[in-house]
Design a protein around this ligand. Structure first.
Ligand code: NAD
Length: 365
């Protein structure tokens, strides 16, 4: 299978879909790799390393000539989608639940599109789970952004000038990103609390040395292990409970999400008003509207001395390792779809059928 790796074009995107390490592994497994010149530069992977790994480096203008598969990080822009030939395999974060127009475009082109978000989160597919690999990076980075902003040291320190108290951090939403945020804040020495509406995660929060903050709100867990959306009454109850507790914390990292839905609004302005000046909120849900009422996606804002960080695409800020992990996820999927380097799709297979979001057989529109 001839696989093309384009340079990402989405604003601010520094990652690359395949890194040299994986290129060489895929080459040995029967794939032919073409990489656009400069594709890995922003993530710290120079062209020479791709060439040494066995890839052919080509300019963007000829990248897609003869390509059977295109692997990318972000979904293609409309003009990029228009350049895909019918029957081409496309792999990437295609936003199937939130970008209906983009998916329709791919369907009209007859593209065989596989969305990384749609890979079922079953044990057999763990090596392909890019939501988890990228959420791990985001959770880590979120705490570093908070540590950089908060005018306090994270650990308790006993010095000749006396003792200083540790930062108190709260992580709301203890999924993959939240658990990594808890672990990172703990490693830096903060006293950490975690909260999630799925009761099952209490044990995981506690096993990381954090305490579980009980806000008295519980949601059903869906078959995929996700939280269901709270009712408006439950949401109001959660906001009230948080408003009571939030002044105790110097750092709040929010990661609450319900797949395909806008982010739940957890922290109203009135709760931010109660926080101490110098406190920091990092809103990992900024891209889907934010968990905090004051979040501005892509921006850092201040409100009465409280910093609200709405920076989006945190994995892109750690592009080297984020790409390395993503690349392994992509390679695992490619090898699943084309076991000996030749496309061999089994539509009875849960991973293949689950990840596929458009197929050429489908009628346009
Ligand atoms: P996510 O990014 O969709 O959501 C983040 C967290 O927000 C979740 O833990 C969710 O419960 C929580 N949340 C939703 N509404 C909330 C609210 N109102 N208040 C507080 N928290 C709220 O989820 P994710 O991190 O991608 O994954 C969640 C779960 O999926 C995992 O913990 C696990 O159970 C499952 N999972 C399974 C596998 C696997 O088996 N291979 C891999 C990854 C994840």
């Amino acid at each position: 299978m001839r696989v093309a790796v384009p340079r990402e074009t989405a604003p601010g995107e520094r990652r690359v879909a395949l890194v040299p390490e994986t290129v060489s592994r895929l080459g040995a497994a029967g794939f032919q790799l073409r990489v656009e010149t400069g594709a890995g530069a922003a993530a710290g992977f120079p062209d020479d390393d791709y060439a040494s790994a066995g890839a052919e480096l080509v300019p963007g203008s000829s990248l897609l000539d003869g390509a059977e598969a295109v692997v990318r990080v972000a979904k293609p822009a409309p003009e990029e989608a228009a350049g895909l030939a019918s029957g081409t395999v496309l792999v990437g974060f295609l936003q199937p639940l939130t970008d209906a127009d983009g998916i329709a475009r791919l369907r009209e082109r007859g593209v065989l599109a596989f969305a990384m978000e749609s890979i079922p989160r079953i044990t057999r597919a763990q090596a392909m789970d890019a939501l988890s690999s990228q959420a791990t990076v985001a959770g880590y980075k979120a705490v570093l952004l908070a540590a950089d902003r908060v005018p306090k040291l994270f650990p308790m320190l006993m010095t000749a000038a006396g003792t200083i108290a540790p930062v108190r951090a709260l992580v709301i939403g203890a999924g993959v990103a939240g658990l990594q945020a808890i672990a990172t804040a703990r490693r830096l020495g903060a006293v950490v609390s975690g909260f999630d509406v799925r009761p099952a995660v209490q044990e995981q929060v506690e096993s990381l040395g954090a305490s579980f903050l009980d806000l008295g709100v519980r949601a059903e867990e869906t078959a995929g292990g996700y939280a269901s959306e709270l009712t408006p009454e439950q949401q109001a109850q959660q906001q009230r409970a948080l408003e009571e507790r939030i002044p105790d914390f110097d750092v709040v990292v929010t990661t609450a999400a319900v797949p395909g839905r806008p982010a739940p609004r957890l922290i109203p302005r009135s709760a931010v008003d109660r926080m101490r000046p110098g406190s920091v909120i990092v809103d990992l849900a900024a891209e889907t509207g934010g968990n905090c009422e004051l979040t501005v996606p892509g921006e850092v804002v201040e409100h009465a001395g409280v910093t609200v960080i709405g920076t989006t695409n945190l994995p892109s800020l750690m592009a080297y390792h984020a790409s390395q992990l993503y690349s392994r996820n992509v390679a695992a999927l490619l090898q699943h779809l084309a076991p000996d380097g030749e496309l061999a799709l089994d539509w009875e297979d849960e991973i293949t059928a689950g990840a596929c979001v458009t197929r050429p057989e489908e009628s346009p529109g």
